[in-house]
Design a protein around this ligand. Structure first.
Ligand code: C5P
Length: 334
């Protein structure tokens, strides 16, 4: 990743003591960090706390540099007013009318939001993520190994690129970080996901369907817990779920449409077939048989299939970087 300059303005609140660790995380992620201590911060921390991490606090920063306030408090706000020209600002902790806030644990997301070109400004993108849960009875359900990580990466990176994002997601194994521009709609089953998607798709320029939607759901959901008494075997009738991606492909007009294909074999043949059959613009295919790609790992090796153009094989990337590559293609196409 290329290095981006960032300024970290340290305020006087309780979280000031976390600032050296925050700076270290940013540097480790490749950012070039300049630290400014307010008077209030100097009551709590000395510059030596930063020197240990190889950072020498400064008094002024270049005009227009993106700024993270840690924590976002009044003292830092006052300090900002002394700057001649202000770049983008994000706060850690409290939100303010002047800038959006991110949780401290989401500092790398805040940095990405500050440094990303707004390639998707004025665009609305619908994203589906996670598994679905198909209820058998009040306590049991059918699901799969999807954690939602790829869909969360797509949603957060799209919001960093300036899009308004509507994320419709099944039960996630991971936390989806709140951030400006990102709206989340939690659902459980495939039918509910289908309804939520169709309720909002008319607002969207593009839809990226990343959810691992169950193909089958129990024909009936029992109102009471099923009992095993007297049964040696149980047969559960299943029925097909609606294909959400294909249903969007059939709309006219339809949004720019991106689907995913998780395959264990014959990746290319299935992906090309899906592109035609579901009437999509892009299919992102990943080999879920590989240990470092697909479900429940932080990395993916994706090949992007397009209509009448050669496929684009991406290298093994972490899911945020893979999301950024896919979204660049979407931005170009819109
Ligand atoms: O046909 P297959 O399930 O392999 O297609 C995968 C793609 O279709 C993914 O983009 C997935 O999100 C989407 N899909 C869907 N609704 C379904 C099944 C799959 O939107 N019921």
């Amino acid at each position: 990743m290329s290095t981006f300059p960032l300024a970290l303005f340290v305020g006087g609140g309780l979280d000031a003591c976390a600032a050296p660790a925050v700076a270290v995380r940013l540097i480790a992620a490749g950012y070039e960090v300049q630290v400014v201590l307010t008077d209030a911060a100097r009551q709590l921390l000395t510059p030596a706390a930063f020197r240990l991490a190889g950072i020498e606090p400064v008094d002024t920063v270049p005009a227009g540099i993106p700024i993270i306030l840690c924590p976002a408090d009044e003292a830092v706000g006052l300090r900002l007013e002394t700057l001649p020209s202000l770049g983008r600002v994000a706060g850690l902790g409290q939100a303010s009318a002047a800038f959006p806030a991110f949780a401290r644990e989401d500092v790398l997301l805040a940095a990405r939001w500050l440094c990303s070109p707004r390639l998707l400004a004025d665009r609305t993108i619908l994203i589906t993520a996670g598994p679905t849960a198909e209820d058998i009875d009040p306590v049991r359900f059918l699901t799969n190994r999807s954690t939602g990580r790829m869909g969360i990466a797509l949603a957060t990176v799209a919001a960093c690129l300036g899009a308004r994002v509507i994320l419709v997601h099944g039960p996630l194994a991971l936390r989806c970080p709140p951030m400006p521009g990102l709206e989340t709609i939690p659902v459980r089953g495939a039918r509910e996901m289908h309804a939520a998607v169709h309720g909002r798709v008319h607002e969207c320029d593009a839809a990226i369907l990343c959810a691992a939607v169950a193909d089958f759901t129990p024909r009936d959901t029992a109102g009471q817990k099923l009992k095993k008494t007297g049964l040696d075997e149980l047969t559960l009738p299943l029925v097909r779920t609606p294909d959400i991606l294909a249903s969007l492909g059939a709309l006219s007009p339809r949004p720019y449409l991106v689907g995913f294909a998780a395959e264990t074999h014959d990746l290319e043949r299935y992906a090309q077939d899906k592109l035609e059959r579901k009437n999509c613009d892009l299919i992102c295919a990943n080999d879920v048989a590989a240990a470092d790609s697909g479900f429940a790992v932080p990395t993916n090796r994706i090949t992007i299939f397009r209509r009448n153009q050669p496929p684009i094989p991406l290298p093994l990337l972490d899911k945020e970087e893979a999301a950024a590559r896919i979204l660049e293609l979407v931005a170009q196409a819109l």
